[in-house]
Write a new protein. Sequence first.
Length: 159
Amino acid sequence: MIIKEYTQSDINQMIAIWNEVVEEGIAFPQEELLTEKTGAEFFALQTYCGVAEEAGKIYGLYILHPNNIGRCGHISNASFAVSSESRGKHIGEQLVKHCIQTAKEKGFGILQFNAVVESNIHAQHLYERLGFTRLGVIANGFRMKDGHFENICPYYIEL
């Protein structure tokens, strides 16, 4: 499996994986599903989109972009999505490592995750193992698909 920058031919598979995570309603803040048009626009707006690909099949992806502007523009933000059929195979770890390197190459000084849902312990363990620092807890910061609220835990790493 390789991690590479996405191409136009990857977009439909990327949209399917992204929408799967959105529909689960337990990790991404987005509620609207991407269409072919909105997905192409969304991915094109990112600083970088990486995909985990093998033999033409996309197993996961990440988006990288500034977390803020101006004096805080050196802080980047990213989101990761792995297809449900591919979870548990360390694809997410490969994507995060690639993202860290890409963020450095793009000139960012910090990579920050704003809204890691507290019940997403696998992501938290991965980030901590890779050297990210947990900033604390924002009580009831994420509305789950079923309507209840869960805490979020921001993380960051200096690049």
